[in-house]
Design a protein around this ligand. Structure first.
Ligand SMILES: [Zn+2]
Length: 367
């Protein structure tokens, strides 16, 4: 529900720290890394299913599916590596560099499915024109699969943190409630995307922004995000509405660095009218402001962002950028939930979008 990508970072703050009140320092970091990796591998095992999530066939070895196609990461990699969001957030327990092959992978489907079901959108030759409905559906499907994988893992992880680390029951209950609601929404999103892709239906997703840039941007991003407020501060999704009737709605955002150009896209499920006001406001922005808005959203809302390692250090050290990257960490852990609307507005305010360096502008291009 919060969004599909903030998972890991706040988990460390919220879960482990509140369970034991651990102060992680440079001296005890190795011990905690070890402990965490044990907890992680146990949880990964617990979360694993026996069948491919897509075709349902028994599967002994799952594919390492990339949440962002590897061909895109290669376009911004330096010697095979990219920075992840932790370069900004700097949590000592996590690495801040990833090899292209390990970046943002999940294991949920078999190799055969992985090589087939994303093939339209994972083909670099298909970006000459506006993407087809099928490509869009495949992107949505990938986003939901990644979300499902992440939530299944987190559910196992929180159970293990409760039993092995003494995570307080109340916190455990609250987290699992949100995780299960999320999981349900991702299942539904996945089923719909799969159907749209298989049937070849048109116009089920509304691509309200498609911008080709004739330079290569230094970041890569693909995810679904639950936006909280629009450009005028109106609430789009009320994160703290725990009613089972209330569903949060996602927006899908892609920043794809190609070999010589870049493609930036935003789309929503056409059935969901909740974003109508948002995209009407968005469409009225200038070209630069649109880029600034996308840049602001992805830095604020997601950990699953990959950055070229040659981006100027001054930019990566920019206080506002770091603050944006950390927001997903702080929003849930530090605020009392007595005024959710205020929290949403305080944490995410489009009027601040120009204070963050806009890495989508031509001046930051890598080619
Ligand atoms: Zn399969």
């Amino acid at each position: 529900m919060f969004n599909s990508d903030e998972g890991f970072t706040h988990m460390f703050n919220l879960g482990i720290l509140s369970g034991e009140n651990i102060n992680i320092t440079k001296d005890n970091i190795i011990e905690y890394r070890k402990r965490m990796s044990k907890l992680f591998s146990k949880s990964r095992k617990d979360a694993k299913s026996e069948e491919c999530f897509y075709c349902g066939k028994k599967c002994s070895s799952f594919c390492n599916s990339h949440s962002i196609p590897a061909f895109l990461l290669r376009n911004i990699a330096v010697e095979g590596e990219v920075y992840n969001n932790n370069k900004l957030v700097q949590i000592l327990l996590l690495d801040d560099e990833d090899g292209v092959n390990q970046s943002g992978t999940f294991q949920l489907i078999c190799r055969e499915c992985d090589s087939k079901i994303f093939s339209d959108y994972e083909n670099p030759d298909n970006y000459g024109d506006v993407p087809t409905s099928r490509m869009i559906a495949q992107i949505a499907m990938k986003n939901y699969l990644k979300g499902i994988s992440k939530r299944k893992f987190e559910i196992a992880l929180f159970d293990n943190m409760k039993s092995d680390l003494g995570l307080p029951s109340e916190l455990h209950k609250q987290k699992q409630l949100v995780n299960n609601l999320d999981l349900q929404e991702y299942y539904e999103g996945f089923k719909r995307a799969k159907r749209v892709d298989n049937k070849g239906w048109e116009k089920e997703y509304y691509l309200f922004y498609h911008q080709k840039l004739d330079y290569v941007v230094p970041i890569a991003f693909q995810s679904n995000i639950t936006l909280l407020v629009d450009f005028e501060g109106n609430i789009i999704n009320d994160l703290y509405n725990m009613s089972s009737q209330y569903k949060t709605r996602d927006i899908h955002i892609c920043v794809f660095p190609l070999e010589k150009s870049s493609v930036i896209m935003m789309f929503v499920d056409s059935k969901h009218k909740r974003y109508r006001r948002f995209y009407r406001q968005f469409r009225k922005l200038s070209h630069e402001d649109k880029l600034a808005a996308v840049n602001y959203i992805i830095f604020n809302f997601s950990e699953e962002l990959y950055i070229n390692k040659e981006v100027n250090k001054q930019v990566l050290d920019d206080k506002k950028l770091i603050e944006a990257g950390r927001k997903t960490v702080d929003i849930i852990s530090s605020e009392p939930i007595d005024n959710p609307k205020l929290i949403a507005r305080k944490n995410f305010d489009f009027s601040l979008m120009h204070e963050v360096p806009n890495l989508l502008l031509e001046k930051y291009k890598i080619r």
